[in-house]
Write a protein that binds this ligand. Sequence first.
Ligand SMILES: O=P(O)(O)OC[C@H](O)CO
Length: 519
Amino acid sequence: MAEKQCYMKTLHFLSKFLLTKTGKALYFQRKTTSSLQTSHKFASLLHERESLSDKTLVFDVEGALLKSSSIFPYLMHVAFEAGGILRALVLLLLYPIICMFGRDIETTVGVFVCFVGIKKNNFQIERTVLPKFFLEDVGLEVFDVMMRCEKKIGVTDMPRVMVEGFVKDYLGAEAVVGRELKTLCGYYVGLMEAKTAENVALNEIIKEKKLDSQVIGIGSSNKQQLFSHCKVVYFLNEAEKSNWQVLPRENYPKSLIFHDGRLAFRPTPPATLAMFIWIPFGIFLCIIRLVIVTQLPYKFSTPILNFLGMRGTLTTTNSGTIPVNPEEKSNGVLYVCNHKTLLDPVYISIALGKPLVAFTYSASRISELLSPIKTIRLTRNKEKDAKILEKYSKESEIVICPEGTTCREPYILRFSPLFAENMNANIVPIAIDFQVSMFYGTTASGFKCLDPIFILMNPVTNCSIKILDRLRKPLTNEKSKFEVANFVQKQIAQSLNFQPTYLTRKDKYRLLAGNEGII
Ligand SMILES: O=P(O)(O)OC[C@H](O)CO
């Protein structure tokens, strides 16, 4: 026993010596309050084939899981999306000053600026905006190790509410330990509970879930106190993380289909500064583009818009798509496309070089007003909509987006079979993809009237249109309208390499806005 104590003392002395001399906490053994804990380099875990399937992993979210340890981009999303543009500007201006005082002050002041005065019940962006940006920053190497463990608990310097949605929903973790935010009358006051509360919370989770026998940790050395329950801790540093690969989309444990928010880029400090510098030019460009698209004939507007950054490509299939003989033409032409932004019908109209009539479900009055082509509102009442469609299909060529809502990611929502009601019509599927460079021009929970403005404020947009083969008449005659709808959805998905889904507008709005999407 005495021998063991002497050994432990020597070990403790040696560990302190190594820590002081090298400034590194990577290769030492230290005594914790309860047991011996061994510490290793994370790299050693990559080559170890030991089974982790019975282990509980405590992982440091920004210190280990994410490639970048900077929490600024996530704070900026909160400031911009939940607080507005002025709050985002305040955060950006304060950032260089608060950074000089170290990580604790950066977090405390940053969190205060982002959260003060935000209504607790309205705070949804941890589910609707942040998961996309967290996922795009996950390191593949640490993710693979994480997935080998049975249970996972995330620890973070950020407020728990910012990280919980991502870590629990997308990574399947049991819990997240982070700073709690104080509230008053249902509003965040911008202050966080003391850091010691995190350790207590972690203790409770481990006890409650009876995880204490096989706990290992992965993290950075600045969260050592949170790893005191771990038998083994694997430490890593920024240099190691910078060499990691980013988790590819196909490895996401849960598909990222829907997300909301206006910022389409990772708002690092330089990127956010660039955005604020761009905004006045963006507003000017938006007005110019709007005037051009609404006032000039397509043959003049198309090259000018292209020059002004609104780029587009058009592909048509070889066999020809558009009905040519008068008898076919009299049955009407329905262009059926997937939905990326509210500009889809406009782009299709420009690509085909003729004015189409666009059927819309929920475009705002402003969007309708600014539209260079005629728009007709659908009512979401099957009988009424079928009549409207029949009436207009006799008079003009129509473009319709049967998803009824936009989807930003490479997925296609279920197609409403409304367009297939009129089996005589000539149905031409169109596959469309649209990339923005700075702002998303769609929203589920924000102001829809700003959609056209945000799209047109982008420095560059890219639209690719593929006109696919017109549906053969026997096909539309033999199949039910549901089968035709599914067939067209799959055909479009295939040509874009997107994934068709059975998800609907309701699913999207329930997730992103907490309503059924009836607006
Ligand atoms: O993405 P949403 O739900 O705003 O739909 C916009 C469309 O233009 C509706 O037709």
